[in-house]
Design a protein around this ligand. Sequence first.
Ligand code: IVH
Length: 662
Amino acid sequence: MTDDHFRINELTNELNEHNYRYYVLAQPVISDYEFDIKLRELQELELKHPDWARADSPTKRVGGEINKDFKTVVHKYPMLSLGNTYSEGELVDFDGRIRRLISSDFDYVCELKYDGLAIGLVYENGFLVRAVTRGDGVRGDDVTANVKTIKSIPLHLRGTDWPDSFEIRGEIVMTRSGFETFNVGRIEAGEQPFANPRNAAAGSIKLQNSAEVSKRPLDCFLYFILGENLPFNSHYENLQKAKSWGFKIPDFMVKASNMEEVFDFINYWDIQRRDLDFDIDGVVIKVNDYKLQQELGFTAKNPRWAISYKFKAERVETMLESISYQVGRTGALTPVANLTPVLLAGTTVKRASVHNADIMAELDLRLGDRVFVEKGGEIIPKIVGVNLDKRSVDSQPIRFIEKCPECGTELIRKEGEANHYCPNEYHCPPQIKGRLEHFIGRKMMDINAGEATVAALFDMGFVKDVADFYYITKEQVMQLDGFKEKSATNLVESIHKSKSRPFDKLLFSLGIRYVGETVARKLAQHFRMMDKLMVATESELVEVEDIGESIAKSVVAFFQDASNVQMIDRLKAAGLKMEMEAEGEIIDKLFGKSFVVSGKFTIEREKLKELIILNGGVNVSAISSKTDFVLAGDNMGPAKLAKAEKLGIKIISEEEFFQMIG
Ligand code: IVH
């Protein structure tokens, strides 16, 4: 074995161990910085010797594989769900049914019911070979590439005493703390925040780009193991064993020998769940012994040996005093119910979200109604119903407002959308303020100012659009509350400094609807300069990789608005970067040529795409008659190949590509 080969093995082992300590045991022994240095060393070595990169290499966790459609896979063992109940009486019945069939003593295992998305992980010879979603229980989606980015899931098992082939099931969740930070980031980027961690987890696992998934704060708790040669004949013992193979088997699991102990567990977690960093919606009770499980068998849908008990969401009754309407940064209106303050799950609730007009109509809300308010998985409490017995006879249904409460513009509601929008995108105050705040963000123009300062600049009339930032004077800033000579100078300097932010960041900062960080980068790399992007048509835009119809429409609409064109002119005049800088020496060998890159290569696909751009070419996602080349790697789909051949598009190998760019 050469030195490099040896080192690749050594680093792989070492980094896997650190991942395990950090993500499974929560007991890291080295700093993130040290970890990154070693990971980078491994990445470089693997780039030099791709054949030596191991299947369980931690570098595989960063993702990069793109999945347009997930493959459907039939589960080896159907993925059943559990019968569930909210009632303690039904739990007692469940226990009674079992005791009538089983005369001996036995144990239950009590577990938490994680509120995420179910996943089945298949291991063969110690390696994770497949991760499949529940789907309809019989077949699910193969989401292996995405699941491999979750660091607490072992790519290769520890120890040696695992069965050659088995499946382990669990729940992928997003932590509450991770969810909060992640949603803040989404709002900053002008994207719709997720309603709760479960939706965020489910949305993440279905993303097409696994590199994106790797950035999401996901975790996976395992609770069920299936296979022919498991070490023990009972659930609890097998899971404890699986823990030693590196799986995250939560410690919240306990054995109980009677219903009293089961209820102790339930009552404990009904309170304690508030302090967990992930959502649970109940507990699961399972008969521990496999032989007894087998004797009890299944009903059509559920095992008879297990049941889930769901916690009741805490619910209170209070009065609906009024409805106000909030206009968000994107112009979407959210009706908010103002309630007579009431205590719910430890906090005083004064307001509840009603989400949209449909929900308002469905609940048939009327002013003065006594309403039921619940705190479920969502952060903001919601109204779940009206106490009709207490409704006054002359109450009238609430009509959704027709004009924007902020700017008076007639609201619109697009076909198929639940939200009403204020269409006055560029002149409605909260939308402008939101756009100004977005513009200065750290990932955007990185101007050192807070929300309050931006609001004050706007309210004083100094900044009405983002270009105005570059024309404000120190004297003006000093008129704001709390600003003195020094702080005003700092702000003006920070604004000045932002002029050197690269073009793609500027594009992202403009707050064009649907143009987040990645889309902005793709657009900037493709069109390279503002002037070209400004005149791009919808059909030219959708040719860019990952740019769909709604993004294209939104970009065209943005540049059709005269006030936006004027604003860009003033940004230009202020000296902001209106084109991509040359990244090293650009040789336009591929000028004007479009490429579809597909399959596996000796280097990362993203690297190849970068090379195409650096040489003046463009990447497109789908093969069309306008595609010039298909750069085909190993395992490229036969359908794609056939399409390219049919359209007479030149198919080139990686080697030929490198010859082209010399
Ligand atoms: S056991 C045959 N254990 O709840 C039994 N499920 O309705 C298989 N879940 O689809 C499931 N926590 O997504 C089990 N500790 C736990 C669980 C759990 C959450 C989910 C899972 C399953 C659904 C059952």
